[in-house]
Design a protein around this ligand. Sequence first.
Ligand SMILES: Cc1cc2nc3c(=O)[nH]c(=O)nc-3n(C[C@H](O)[C@H](O)[C@H](O)COP(=O)(O)OP(=O)(O)OC[C@H]3O[C@@H](n4cnc5c(N)ncnc54)[C@H](O)[C@@H]3O)c2cc1C
Length: 390
Amino acid sequence: MNNIATGPSVSLWPHMGDKDFTLALRDFVERKVSPEADQIDRSDIYPVAIVKELANQGFSAITLPVEYGGGGKEFSYAVALFEEVSVGSAAVGVSLLTIFQAQTIINLFGSESLKQRYLPEFAKGLLASYALTELGHGSDIRTLDTKAYQDGNEWVLRGEKHFITSGSAAEFFVILAETPVGVSAFAVPRNSPNLSVYEGTNSATFGLRNGPHMNLLLKGVRLPLDHLIGTEGKGVRQAVTTLDYSRTLAAAISVGIARAAFDGAYAHVGQRVAFDQTILDFQGIQWYLADALTDIDASRLQIYHAGRALDSHDNIDRYGSEAKLRAAQVATKTASMAVQVCGAYGTMINSPFGRYLRDAKTYEIAGGSSEILKNTIGKYLLRGMKRAKL
Ligand SMILES: Cc1cc2nc3c(=O)[nH]c(=O)nc-3n(C[C@H](O)[C@H](O)[C@H](O)COP(=O)(O)OP(=O)(O)OC[C@H]3O[C@@H](n4cnc5c(N)ncnc54)[C@H](O)[C@@H]3O)c2cc1C
């Protein structure tokens, strides 16, 4: 049984935007990310050093406006970043994603004082989490058990959030809590008095392991009034709009996983011999790979299209949801195929295919489950029908 899966020497994946940017990223991923991926997954640890290094190179605030210290780049750069990084490690991809979500909701909806205060920190590498979920509220966040009320010149938050990705390392949280007029979003520094972060019994997942998905306990956390993000009572709308942005990048992470699984399988079947020929020489095996290549190529086109839609604000709910729906499924299908064509090697703990399969499947749930994405696309269709009837 040989352990080959190192990836083909010639990349099957042409750059989809800025060539120099993509090639530099691939070099970084090969040197710094891929060698750590197995350890990050096994130990379930947040990759602090890698994320800080990416931040130092300007990657963690790549789309933020230049006036706040960001890169001011188009979303195609962010798509390339998340795709390439996740070929090396999807855990690094999701670590960047929670940072992106926190900075995006502030950039889209925050007051100028909030933007001035925190966006430059993101550009310097602030680690952040996005906390919507509670024990009793996952897909449905229209009402929440975490409550917030105004007391003089402060907001006071009480409650508990669950399953918060990157929570083990985050220095800053965006937290959804219910105020008297509805669900609202708040900017919460980790060092706030009366905030504690702890590992719950359900904090460990089998995929996307970038550290335990932590619980946050808020026992009267006090915040300045301007730490309310956007409009009181509009938190769900703001959070969902932010997710419309991050879903395209989540889709890019899934495409990265699919590419890694494909490359590993392709390398293995090209060298492993059975019945006097390589496994790749069997037409039945070529067909598995042909289907996967076709799926991944289609998904790649879709994520870059969705990235352009973010720049032009063109139906971002539709294109982001479609991209994530397809990419997550393609990643799971490709990772499963990779296990199959690699035979026993595909199932081994010391091969990477189990990680690809676990990461891929987990992303059919996290960041918008496939069912919720289909609901979003369904709502888009209903809106279109209503407009047609007017
Ligand atoms: C790896 C991982 C990381 C996560 N990170 C974070 C994080 O950082 N921050 C955070 O706030 N949350 C996080 N979550 C939580 C995540 O957002 C929720 O798991 C997700 O919203 C689904 O909620 P639930 O698990 O409670 O499922 P439920 O809401 O209980 O749903 C169960 C099933 O029913 C389906 N379903 C629910 N409603 C409908 C409907 N209307 N129509 C059709 N089907 C429906 C769901 O798709 C799912 O298949 C994470 C989850 C995972 C797995």
